[in-house]
Design a protein around this ligand. Structure first.
Ligand SMILES: [Zn+2]
Length: 454
């Protein structure tokens, strides 16, 4: 402690403090020599006054010098300290009673905060104690000084950061916390289903943990760090993507297929099972890729038939009762005329402008459109120039198409019987008026429908 420094600049303060010392307000230990010194000062004052009255102004300077010297001696011994200041980046922010208190405030604050953070903290700013306050600012209690310190400084700690694709995502108190947060995040996305074998768990992005000096105010705890890595509020996607590859081997049922065969002895609407279908089974191994728990790809790795499925064969009547209550007999090719109208407006084959891929049958919007033969619906919906169309697969590469319809009454996968209504005639797609565009397709190539339905 430098009391000389104190005297040089703060004579008024020193006098005030010496007065306090004499009044006994200062709790510092008062030593024997100090008491003597004060008595000496008082005695000297008396003697000076006596000399002054006797000998005049000549002696004034000498007396004053002696007085100051004696006061200096008294203060040096009596004073426990002088107001000291805490400086933050050179700026005085708090004045404490003395240097020891100022140092204690800083030490206590750092100790408390280190305990709170769970890691040793230090100031981001340059924090120092000045032995002597620059002015006579109010002397703060230690508690108040700590509050001022908290407001005027930022704390840092040797923590860690998580970087994603090279840019910093978040700060935590240690490399261990960062690593644990990442491990926990991976575990979040592992399936609960223990029949799934986990082949691989990794981050889609380049994710890195690095030790770094970080601001305490930026620190996230373990749970907060996990949430931050899943947060989709900023960009719509989580900053970190966990990619999980799973493998599963299972036995699954193979449903039997139903085949229809026309039987001349049955009437339309009558069916008879010729062979009962039996489901088969197979062992299949699949790999599933998930990103943050969402399946993004599924691949069959291997398949092994355990029980072969047996087709169901259904015999059905070839005699068809139409909507107009007329009966239609299937042709030798096993098909019926697909609608009520019979006038052909455009034949199959070469036309002046193009090659016509089907047969146009005139009619009215709303007329029924029937399946020319039993089969499975493989297409049902709006397809460009065809408009609303239905394609039925009859097996052995044979298909029929019904286009420009007003409405569709079947769905993909439906098994339809011969003569079953699949929709109504219309003029959707590239069409100039109500008609049914009917195609017969063999192995992907159209052929003249009249050979099948007439
Ligand atoms: Zn046509």
């Amino acid at each position: 402690m430098s009391n000389e420094h104190f005297y040089e600049k703060h004579d008024e303060g020193s006098l005030k403090n010496s007065a306090e010392a004499e009044a006994g307000s200062n709790k510092a230990t008062v030593t024997k020599p100090a008491t003597v010194a004060v008595e000496d000062v008082q005695a000297q004052n008396l003697r000076c006054a006596q000399r002054l009255s006797l000998k005049g102004k000549v002696f004034l300077g000498g007396c004053a010098a002696a007085l100051v010297l004696l006061l200096a001696l008294a203060v040096t011994v009596l004073m426990p300290g002088q107001p000291a200041a805490i400086l933050v980046d050179g700026q005085q922010v708090a004045v404490l009673k003395n240097q020891a208190q100022a140092e204690a405030v800083i030490a206590d604050y750092l100790a408390e905060q280190s305990k709170l953070v769970g890691n040793e903290v230090f100031f981001a700013e340059n924090v120092q104690v000045a032995e002597q306050a620059r002015d006579d600012s109010e002397v703060l209690s230690r508690g108040n000084a700590e509050a001022v310190l908290a407001m005027t400084t930022r704390l840092k700690t040797n923590g860690a950061v998580i970087r994603v694709e090279g840019s910093q995502l978040l700060s935590v108190a240690s490399v261990e916390i960062a690593t644990e947060a990442l491990d926990n995040l991976k575990k979040t996305y592992l399936p609960e289903d223990d029949t799934m074998q986990v082949l691989e768990v990794k981050f889609k992005q380049e994710v890195e943990v690095a030790p770094k000096e970080v601001f305490v105010s930026d620190l996230l705890n373990l749970d907060e760090a996990k949430l931050a890595m899943k947060d989709t509020s900023l960009t719509g996607t989580a900053p970190v993507t966990v990619l999980v590859i799973l493998e599963k081997t299972k036995v699954e049922e193979v449903p039997y297929q139903t085949r229809f065969e026309t039987d001349g002895t049955l009437r339309y609407g009558q069916t008879k099972t010729k062979q009962t279908g039996v489901n088969g089974s197979r062992e299949v191994t699949i790999q599933v890729a998930q990103e943050n728990g969402q399946e993004i790809a599924r691949q069959e790795i291997s398949s092994n038939t355990l029980v072969q499925a047996v087709d169901e064969i259904v015999l059905e009547g070839a005699v068809v009762r139409t909507a107009s209550r007329s009966l239609q007999q299937a042709t030798d090719a096993g098909m019926i005329w697909p609608t009520t109208a019979t006038r052909i407006s455009s034949y199959y084959g070469a036309r002046s402008s193009d090659n016509h891929t089907g047969l146009d049958i005139d009619g009215e919007t709303g007329d029924p459109v029937w399946a020319a033969k039993a089969g499975t619906v493989v297409t049902a919906g709006y397809y460009g120039s065809y408009g609303n169309q239905v394609v039925i697969s009859h097996g052995d590469g044979l298909q029929t198409r019904y286009a420009h319809m007003q409405s569709i009454m079947v769905s993909v996968g439906d098994e339809v019987a011969i003569g079953q209504q699949v929709g109504t005639e219309g003029s959707t797609g590239r069409s100039t008026g109500s008609h049914l565009h009917f195609e017969v397709i063999i192995d992907g190539q159209t052929t003249d429908p009249l050979a099948y339905i007439k």
